[in-house]
Design a protein around this ligand. Structure first.
Ligand SMILES: N[C@@H](CCC(=O)N[C@@H](CS)C(=O)NCC(=O)O)C(=O)O
Length: 197
């Protein structure tokens, strides 16, 4: 029987999300490394798997393909403890997943990419990214000051999506020391996910 194949870049938090879920749920997989910066994600062999030209993308054991980190996590975790059974809690989880993609990843991951991977200097980076990322961290910190997890006081895909880039926020020039509830939540989720690196 074919295994799940995860096409990803090992520097990418979006790709890590998929691995975290597969490992947590004991789903066997093979990893296919594709460096986003090399342009390989925009070449025909990979475009046949994901016409959007981005990692992560997966080929399921039955040969079907799927892209977008949060969609892949939702599919792999269908019916598992990582998706709340209660309809309202499930909607709350989706609330955080959509917010992560629109308001968090677009500032924190993008600034980290520019600073840490493209080696751009602060003066070269749009200052709005710092403002937007700090706002996202404040929203998280306010929530986590009163909660151990994002939804229903237990680990869900919301925590996994949000931790993926929050744990690298320092590489993007964000100071997690200013957001103590976020900092301790990151350590808690890293322990829950048994993250090694
Ligand atoms: N919304 C997408 C974002 C995926 C994304 O931005 N992937 C980047 C790596 S983190 C990529 O493949 N960049 C290469 C490119 O766009 O050509 C997701 O969550 O999967």
């Amino acid at each position: 029987m074919a295994k799940l194949a995860i096409y990803g870049d090992s520097d990418s938090g979006n790709c890590h999300k998929v691995v975290y879920v597969a490992e947590l749920l004991n789903i066997p997989f093979e990893w296919v490394e594709l460096t986003a910066l090399s342009g390989d994600t925009r070449k025909p062999p990979f475009l046949a798997i994901n016409p959007m030209g981005q990692v992560p993308a997966v080929v399921l054991p039955d040969g079907r393909t799927l892209a977008q980190s949060n969609a892949i996590m939702l599919h792999l975790a269908e019916g598992s403890r990582l998706i709340p059974g209660d309809a309202y809690d499930r909607a709350l989880m989706h609330q955080w997943l959509f917010w992560e993609q629109y308001s968090h990843e677009t500032a924190i991951a993008v600034r980290r990419f520019k600073k840490s991977l493209l080696k751009q200097r602060d003066e070269e980076i749009d200052p709005a990214l710092l403002t937007k990322g700090n706002w996202a961290l404040k929203v998280m910190n306010d929530h986590l000051a009163a909660h151990r997890y994002f939804v229903a006081e237990k680990l869900s895909l919301a925590d996994i999506a949000l931790v993926a880039y929050t744990r690298f926020a320092g590489e993007g020039g964000f100071d997690l020391g200013a957001f103590p509830a976020v900092k301790s939540w990151v350590a808690r989720i890293e322990a829950d996910l048994k993250i090694k690196r």
